[in-house]
Ligand binder design. Sequence first.
Ligand code: NAD
Length: 729
Amino acid sequence: MTETPAPAYIRWTEEDGIVVLTLDEPGKSVNTMNEAFGLALAEVLQRLDEQKDSLRGVVITSAKSTFFAGGDLNELLAVDDAAAFFAHITELKALLRRLETLGVPVVAAINGTALGGGLELALSCHRRIVVDDPKIALGQPEVQLGLLPGGGGIVRLVRMLGLQKALTEVLLQGRNIAPRKALELGIVDELVGSPDQLLDAAKAWIATGPEPVQPFDRKGYKIPGGTPSTPALAMMLPAFPATLVKQLKGAPYPAPRAIMAAAVEGAQVDVDTAHRIESRYFTELVTGQIAKNMITGLFFDMQRIKSGGSRPQGPERWRATRVAVIGAGMMGAGIAYAFARKGVDVVLKDVSLEAAERGKSYSQKLLDKAVSRGRITEAQRDETLARITPTDDYAAIAGCDLMVEAVFEDPSLKTSVYAEAEPLLAGDALLASNTSTLPITGLAGGVTRPEDFIGLHFFSPVDKMQLVEIIVGEKTSDAALARAFDVVQQIGKVPIVVNDSRGFFTSRDIGMMVHEGLAMLGEGVDPMTLERAATQAGFPVGVLQLVDELTLTLNKRISDTTRAELAAEGRDPGPAPGDAVLAAMVETGRVGRSTGAGFYDYPEGGGRVIWTGLAELFPPAAGQIPVRDIQERLLFAMSLEAVRCLDEGVLRTVADGNVGSILGIGFPPWTGGALQYVDGYEGADGSRGVAGYVARADELAAAYGARFTPPDSLRELAAAGGRLAAAHA
Ligand code: NAD
């Protein structure tokens, strides 16, 4: 056996005419597709080329726990020169092409996760052997960050699987695929039981003397299912973009469109041309603003939060063992489920045993469904259910180390609950309220240990919503915040941390969007246009649908209370923009979906249709405002409020604002979040950044009201050419 010094990134070992290339990026925990990789691969290819006549095969594997991590997102974020980027990826792809046309069989021995560029490297080999471990993920997740697999992933997958399968099963969803499923789909060729069997399996295949040619480079090769000019496929193709538009509701996501275009166009030309097409679309996405937004908000900000960026550093990690959930209504029932599912014992307390049991039955329903879908076993269901103890007796909460209170939104009721519960809990139990609006500092007056009191604001429905907004009261200690942060992560949810204020961040921010939407209805914007404009901007539902779900009375009550409280502090802001519409609707008695009538009618058979009476109550204006104005009024209402929250210290970091707005209140993911929307704003003149945002806010203020006037802080930032993310780093 000979081992010679090779480029540090790729180790070269040779035995019996088989070269094993071990990827081991120096000083990194994962292998990435950066410049060092390109250089190392080029050198290795040169050497392989020189020696190929004496070689029987090449095996590529990794010294890390993962196979290969793919592109470096920091580098992609910084790309602004399209021509240079295109040249760079063309070079890299040429190397991968050389690998597959070397004339020697090349095997990817996949010992760990291979996503994105990692899978693309493996696809450039003639055979893929993977360890059969369900924790290993394969796939092309690029679409989720507004990108596409630009290392040949589209070209090769389309040619291996056919257009339809490549698009629907791998490229457009961007899901992680476990090894068995990957084998079933035809992305990999063979599974082995453990990592130490990989090399033998690779050698055994090489020993069969396989032809070192990709299927699509063989004579007579045809794309499975045909090309777009094959009549059967040609008939189906128009359905693809139609389905996409339906799924995206017309929201501006360029990545899936680019993926589809690159796949379809590439299927009609030779391999090299297909690669060029893929590279062009890739360059367009990478230099575009939407990928940069998504990488910032959905990757870097999310990572910052998940790695504890908003958690005080000192305190040790903490785990709750037994939680008292007080109030078994809609939220309490969901919260109990969230804890039980993650192995935490729950005492679920309500005023009657019947109410508590009803709360528990919510978990039963969700778990039964999971059993019927084959996601968990009956034994797992029963075990989870057994963790929830419904009760009407406070004594049952004795010794719990966490309380989550979720009774009616009534401060005096909540205070009386604390008085009964606190003495029974463990002496140092973390005390939390799920209030959505009541200031935490005020509620903390109801306990003897205000330093251990905190807001844990879950979102409805709790089992689906990933976000929990942690609210820090005036007296809340760092230790309590750290524990709250840990407990949110313990149950697999994403915590953002905000300071106490009326409506905290999320409720306050979404309130602005609701009122702006209602104001537009009052001004005579056609209701259907209003709804579609919102979903086409990327909001999950229209404003009127949202208010119907939340109920109009709740919205009115929050609006009225806020105004009354502000007035009591001597700063009556006057009516909120949508107040008149809310009042007029509540007057008609149509208060939302739960009562079967709101802005919409809810016919017996299901579905919803705009209530015809709306046209009389709020007559459509003769001249309708532009759709872009409707969309930007909603986006600016929320993003301006997020900036104010940052200025006031309600938001402590930009990452919390971005992640919280996307996960909690439906701010469109293509923006990267409510604050990244400001930083990455694309003006009508093609400019990007805060200055264009401020200019547009001024325009909106002139046309629709002073509430759009940007805060001075933003003007100063714009003048300095700065960004919120940098200013608040
Ligand atoms: P809900 O009306 O569905 O449930 C409240 C439950 O509390 C009822 O089952 C009631 O019987 C019980 N309860 C009342 N007094 C009690 C007592 N003394 N001891 C034990 N239980 C008692 O309300 P909900 O929607 O679950 O909201 C609960 C809390 O969560 C509120 O503070 C609300 O603001 C907040 N919240 C609600 C949402 C939402 O979308 N509904 C979202 C986030 C936060």
